[in-house]
Design a protein around this ligand. Structure first.
Ligand code: MG
Ligand code: MG
Length: 250
C-alpha cells in the first residue's frame, strides 16, 4: 500500500534525508587508495549514530554493515570488509540509509579512487544524469513509467545496460514501501504519482549488458559480464511542482 505523507511526516523525512546525504559525504571523505571498505562503513556508522539516528541497513534482512560499499563490477549490496582494499582507478558505490523520527532516508552515489579512466567517469556521469532525467517526471499526476522511461532512454542511448532485476521503491516509515520504481518503463503507464508520495529513484547502470548475478555471499550483486557499474539514488518527495530531494545536501 502506498503511504501518502502529510507535511509533518515530510518534515521528519527531510531530517532523515539530510543525515543520510551527509553520511554519503562522510563516506566519500574516506575513499582513498589503500582504504578498506570496512573503514568507509565504520565512518558512516559513527556519523549516523552521532546524529542520533540509526543506520537503516544494519541488520536489515541480516545485512552486516551500516552501508553497502560496492566496488567496480559490484552493483549493489557489497558487504563492507577489512579485506576489501581500494586501488587507484576503482569506482566505489556507497549506499546508505538513516532512520530517525520514525522515517528512513535512502541515498547512493558512485566515486572514483584517485585517477579513474575516462570511460569510468563517463559511466558515473551518465548514471547521475539519468537520475536527473527521471526525477524531472516525479511530479503529481505523472506515472511511474514516465520516470523509468526517461532514465532508460538516456542511458541506453549511450550504449549502457540498465539493471532491471533491482528497482527503486517507496520509502518512509519502512525502508522499502510501495510502489516499485523501475529504471525502465513506458511513458504514461504504471502507478500514478500523488503529492505526498516519497520514493527512492536509483538508476543502476552497467557499462555492458543489464544482466546481473549474486555472489556466493548471497548479498553482493555484480554485473554478469564483469563490466563496471554505477549507482545514483536520492529520496524524493512528490509535490504539486518541483520534486524535493531530501538526501541531496550539496
Ligand atoms: Mg539505497
Ligand atoms: Mg533504495
Amino acid at each position: 500500500m502506498i503511504q501518502i505523507k502529510n507535511n509533518e511526516q515530510l518534515a521528519l523525512m527531510k531530517r532523515a534525508g539530510r543525515i543520510t546525504g551527509e553520511a554519503i559525504l562522510v563516506g566519500r571523505e574516506h575513499i582513498r587508495e589503500g582504504a578498506s571498505t570496512k573503514e568507509i562503513d565504520t565512518a558512516i556508522h559513527d556519523y549516523i549514530v552521532k546524529c542520533g539516528a540509526r543506520p537503516s541497513f544494519l541488520g536489515y534482512g541480516g545485512f552486516p554493515g551500516s552501508a553497502c560499499v560496492s566496488v567496480n563490477e559490484e552493483i549493489i549490496h557489497g558487504i563492507p570488509s577489512k579485506d576489501k582494499i581500494l586501488h587507484e582507478g576503482d569506482i566505489v558505490k556507497i549506499d546508505v540509509g538513516a532512520y530517525i523520527g520514525g522515517f528512513h532516508g535512502d541515498s547512493a552515489n558512485t566515486f572514483g579512487v584517485g585517477k579513474i579512466s575516462p570511460e569510468a567517469q563517463a559511466l558515473i556521469d551518465a548514471t547521475r544524469e539519468s537520475f536527473f532525467r527521471g526525477v524531472e517526471f516525479a511530479r503529481h499526476g505523472n506515472r511511474i513509467g514516465d520516470i523509468g522511461h526517461a532514465v532508460s532512454e538516456y542511458a541506453e542511448a549511450r550504449g549502457y545496460g540498465v539493471v532491471r532485476q533491482y528497482v527503486g521503491h517507496g520509502v518512509g516509515h519502512e525502508l522499502h514501501e510501495d510502489p516499485e520504481v523501475p529504471n525502465y518503463g513506458t511513458a504514461g503507464r504504471g502507478q500514478r504519482l500523488y503529492k505526498g508520495m516519497t520514493i527512492a529513484i536509483e538508476p543502476m547502470i552497467n557499462m555492458g549488458t543489464p544482466n546481473v548475478r549474486v555472489l556466493r555471499d548471497n548479498w553482493t550483486v555484480v554485473t554478469a559480464d564483469g563490466s563496471l557499474s554505477a549507482h545514483y539514488e536520492h529520496t524524493v518527495a512528490i509535490t504539486d511542482g518541483e520534486p524535493i530531494l531530501f538526501t541531496k545536501v550539496e
